[in-house]
Each structure stands twice: as structure tokens, then as C-alpha cells.
Design a binder for this molecule. Structure first.
Ligand code: ATP
Ligand code: F6P
Ligand code: MG
Length: 471
């Protein structure tokens, strides 16, 4: 237990309020491990780079906007290759597993872990665990080589398969131990990172020289601390096609309403960025911003006004938006195998409510087209920029494991790759802050009502005495 009651907390304090939230290292529980020179020093591609190895003391600040008198604040260990490594290449037996929902770029990360381990560190024993966590004890494994994964980044999905549920820590670590695996690369979202943390704890309890590394994945972009998750840009790009179609349909019909439902269980980032990128959207509804239908300032009034002004309206709704309203008229949601709440279809519900409203208003006949591209935006290969991002994440993960770090997630923090303790990415979830400038930009681009009374806005701005947060 760490100082403040958080498991595995490794805090290093320095002058002027400097804090390093460090990640575990194999030597924390296996002292006197031998080290070896990093094979990259003899690699023709890397050996010419000046200062290729990361300085042992390099750290990345979590907050980069500071004032003259601010304390230096929280930092994370900088990712990258170290001069000395804790594994000899021929002794490494790595495995890769993908868990949770799909996300563009999964195959790229798998490819780059395999190719990175092989080309940078000369590792050739890499196992793919099929079907998510339960694959450790209930499914097949496949040997992964650079040749076998050469083209997989051009395909959506994950060549390893994935699943929800089935996390049995003891059975998983038994399987790791029985197979002689000593580097575990786990790609998945918040649930997966919690599972990875449990695996790390058990590995450490057994005193195994096994590095456990998480690579964060979620198109919802709701993982705490990191700048952005891989696949997010791809999803936003693909969402444009659905929004364009909704706009064309709405514009071409009399009193046309185009409605698009996008993913985003608890966080509306995809809907917000897709809306901002498109500029054709008149209203964006997200889980973080409650809305109401009827009466003054309500959604139905706005739709009517917009149709009268423009002849059509385009609405983007995140799947988690308005769930409390939907729950009033539909049956209670259930849970999936991982314990995540299954949501009611807000898009269908909203379409019906809008149709009912305009049926009652006999003077306005509407044409509503509902587009649900939910799985289309995540079941595609990643775009070029995400591919590069996936490559760097995979490399950061490999360098960290080779250097003996364990129990961490890799991620981009203020544009720099860093090693983040598991608990930091699982203890909270990133959400759109509706008093931030980004949401204000969206409101000003769509001209939609904020659905909040001025008193609520004022309270949100000054909550806990903190002024309006600026992005
Ligand atoms: N608290 C937890 N402890 C251990 N394992 C967990 C925990 N929560 C989830 N898991 C396991 O992690 C895996 C993935 O979890 P989940 O289905 O919630 O997806 P995720 O990783 O959050 O990804 P996403 O929600 O972005 O699709 C599942 O196999 C699940 O059993
Ligand atoms: O249908 P599945 O595979 O459970 O995934 C749906 C969920 O996965 C996510 O894409 C990621 O958490 C959510 O936006 C969505 O609710
Ligand atoms: Mg999740």
C-alpha cells in the first residue's frame, strides 16, 4: 500500500513541489537482478542517434500550463529505451492479449509490439493469446512473428480476438507461469487496465520476473491522464461519413431531420469532435450535458425553430446521452459480461419522441432519417496518424518492459510518452467538461441551447472555488 492508501504508489518528492508518481520496477521485489547492455546500441538504425537513450531522471509533467508561483507538480517517468536492460533477448518470452471492445489500431499495436521486440531487441518468442483474458486459460495461443503480422495493420478488429468478462487472476497468472512467459502486453480499456493491475499484483506476490504492461485502448477517449487514445482520430474521421449522409438526407427533404448516433458510453468526445469537425451539425447531445425535450429552451422547441429557419436540422447524439430520460420510458438497463451497464438506444427513443411531437403539431410534416453507424466507426483499420501513434505506444511499452519497469500503462502526456502507474488510469475517467472552452466552441458552432439555466452554469464555473477551467 502506498503512502496515501493507494496500492503500489511510489512517490518521489523533489524541490519546489516536484512530485514523481513512479511506476513499479522488477527490482522492487527481486533485488540484485543482473542487467545487460541494451542491444539497440549495436543496431545500425538507432546507434547513430545522438542521445538515443533516455536519461534515467527524465520525467514528464502532468500539468504544463503553470504560473510563476505554481509548485512543479506531478510528473511521470518518461518512456523510452534505457542504456541497461533487465532481460537478455534470448530469454524473453512475451505474450500479447487484446480485451474489451474493438478499436481502430489494435492490429497495428500488435504488429508493432511483435516487430519492435524482434527488430529492436532480437526477441523471437512471442505468443498471441486468443479471445481476451479468458484466452489465457480457455483458448488457443498463436506464435507471432514479424512475417505473420506483416499486413495486419491494414485490417480492422484484432487478429487475436477479444472478449468481455472472464478475468480470473489466479488462472491467468498460473498460465503465465506455466508457459514461462516473462513479458505480458495487455491492450484494452479501463476494465482491461484494472485486470492488468490485478495480474501485476499477483505476479509480484509470487515474486516472478514478469513485466506486466498495459497499452490503453478505447475509442471513447475516456482514459484518464493521457492526451488521447489511439483510434480516436480514426473514429472521428469515419463518423464524418455518417454525418455527411445525415446532412445530405436532411437537406434534400422537406423539413428534414438527420440524426446520427455515435459511440460514447460515459464521455461524449467522439460526438463533440465529430460535430466540431463537420460544421454541418446543429445539435450535439452528450452524456455530460443533460438536456430536456419539452418547453422553453428544450430540444423540441430548438428543432422546430431550426427547421423553420433552415428547412432542416442535423443532430448528433452520443449513445450515453439522455439515459436518465430514456430510462423513464424504457425498461431498466442490464449489464454485459464485464459488468458495464448496457445502454438503451437513445437514438431510436429520440427519433420516436421527435416524430410524436411533430405528429401532434399537424402544421409541420417532418422527414426524419436516423443513422446508427455505431460499430462502423470502430471496426475499421486505423488512419495514418493513428498508425504512427500505435507504433510509438508499442515501442514505449517494449522499452519499458525491457528496462525492468512493470505495473504501468504507456501513454502520451502533454505530447510526451510516459509510464503511468495503473491506479492513475483506472481511478477516474476523462469526461467532456461542459464549462471548458472546447464545449463552448461547440455551442458557438452549432448555436444549440446549452440546456442549462444560468444559475447552474455559474455554480459549475465556481465549483470548489476554482475558476472556469481553460483548455
Ligand atoms: N475491475 C476489474 N478487475 C479485473 N478485471 C476486470 C475488471 N474490470 C474489467 N475487467 C476485465 O477486463 C476485460 C475488459 O473489460 P471491459 O469489457 O470493461 O472493456 P474495457 O477494457 O473497459 O474496454 P472498452 O470498454 O473500451 O471496450 C474483461 O475481460 C473484464 O473481465
Ligand atoms: O457492443 P460492445 O462490444 O459491448 O461495445 C460497446 C461499447 O464499447 C465502447 O466502444 C467502448 O467502451 C463503448 O462506446 C460502447 O458502449
Ligand atoms: Mg470500459
Amino acid at each position: 500500500m502506498g503512502e496515501m492508501g493507494v496500492p503500489d504508489q511510489k512517490i518521489v518528492e523533489g524541490p519546489a513541489g516536484y512530485v514523481l508518481e513512479d511506476v513499479p520496477h522488477l527490482t522492487d521485489y527481486i533485488p540484485d537482478l543482473p542487467t545487460f547492455p541494451n542491444p539497440l546500441q549495436d543496431n545500425p538504425a538507432y546507434s547513430v542517434v545522438k542521445q538515443y537513450f533516455v536519461n534515467q531522471d527524465d520525467t514528464v509533467p502532468q500539468k504544463i500550463v503553470v504560473q510563476k508561483t505554481s509548485p512543479r507538480g506531478t510528473h511521470f517517468r518518461r518512456a523510452g529505451p534505457r542504456q541497461r536492460v533487465y532481460f537478455e533477448s534470448e530469454d524473453v518470452h512475451a505474450c500479447i492479449v487484446t480485451c474489451g471492445g474493438l478499436c481502430p489500431g489494435l492490429n497495428t499495436v500488435i504488429r508493432e509490439i511483435v516487430c519492435g521486440l524482434s527488430h529492436m531487441y532480437g526477441v523471437n518468442k512471442i505468443l498471441g493469446i486468443e479471445g481476451g483474458y479468458k484466452g489465457f486459460y480457455a483458448c488457443n495461443t498463436i506464435p507471432l512473428t514479424p512475417k505473420a503480422v506483416n499486413d495486419i495493420h491494414k485490417r480492422g478488429g484484432t487478429v487475436l480476438g477479444t472478449s468481455r468478462g472472464g478475468h480470473d487472476t489466479i488462472k491467468i497468472v498460473d498460465s503465465i507461469q506455466d508457459r514461462g512467459i516473462n513479458q505480458v502486453y495487455i491492450i484494452g480499456g479501463d476494465g482491461t487496465q484494472k485486470g492488468a493491475s490485478a495480474i501485476f499484483q499477483e505476479v509480484r506476490r509470487r515474486g516472478l520476473q514478469v513485466a506486466v504492461v498495459g497499452i490503453p485502448k478505447t475509442i471513447d477517449n475516456d482514459i484518464a491522464v493521457i492526451d488521447k487514445s489511439f483510434g480516436f482520430d480514426t473514429a472521428v474521421e469515419e463518423a464524418q461519413r455518417a454525418i455527411n449522409a445525415a446532412h445530405v438526407e436532411a437537406e434534400s427533404a422537406e423539413n428534414g431531420i438527420g440524426m446520427v448516433k455515435l459511440m460514447g458510453r460515459y464521455s461524449g468526445f467522439i460526438a463533440m469532435y465529430a460535430t466540431l469537425a463537420s460544421r454541418d451539425v446543429d445539435c450535439c447531445l452528450i452524456p455530460e450535458s443533460p438536456f430536456y425535450l419539452e418547453g422553453n429552451g428544450g430540444l423540441l422547441e430548438y428543432i422546430e425553430k431550426r427547421i423553420k429557419e433552415n428547412g432542416h436540422i442535423v443532430i448528433v447524439v452520443a449513445e450515453g446521452a439522455g439515459q436518465e430520460l430514456v430510462a423513464e420510458s424504457m425498461k431498466q438497463a442490464e449489464h454485459d459480461a464485464s459488468g458495464n451497464k448496457l445502454l438503451s438506444d437513445v437514438g431510436l427513443w429520440l427519433s420516436q419522441k421527435i416524430k410524436d411531437h411533430f405528429t401532434r403539431k399537424q402544421n409541420l410534416v417532418i422527414n426524419l432519417k436516423y443513422i446508427d453507424p455505431t460499430y462502423m466507426i470502430r471496426a475499421i483499420p486505423s488512419i495514418a496518424s493513428d498508425n504512427v501513434y500505435c507504433t510509438l505506444l508499442a515501442h514505449s511499452a517494449i522499452h519499458g518492459a525491457m528496462a525492468g519497469y512493470t505495473g504501468f500503462t504507456v501513454g502520451l502526456v502533454n505530447g510526451r510518452h510516459a509510464y503511468i502507474p495503473f491506479y492513475r488510469v483506472t481511478e477516474s475517467r476523462n469526461k467532456v467538461v461542459i464549462t471548458d472552452r472546447m464545449w463552448a466552441r461547440l455551442l458557438s458552432s452549432t448555436n444549440q441551447p446549452s440546456f442549462l439555466c444560468s444559475k447552474v452554469v455559474e455554480e459549475a464555473k465556481t465549483a470548489n472555488g476554482t475558476p472556469l477551467k481553460v483548455n
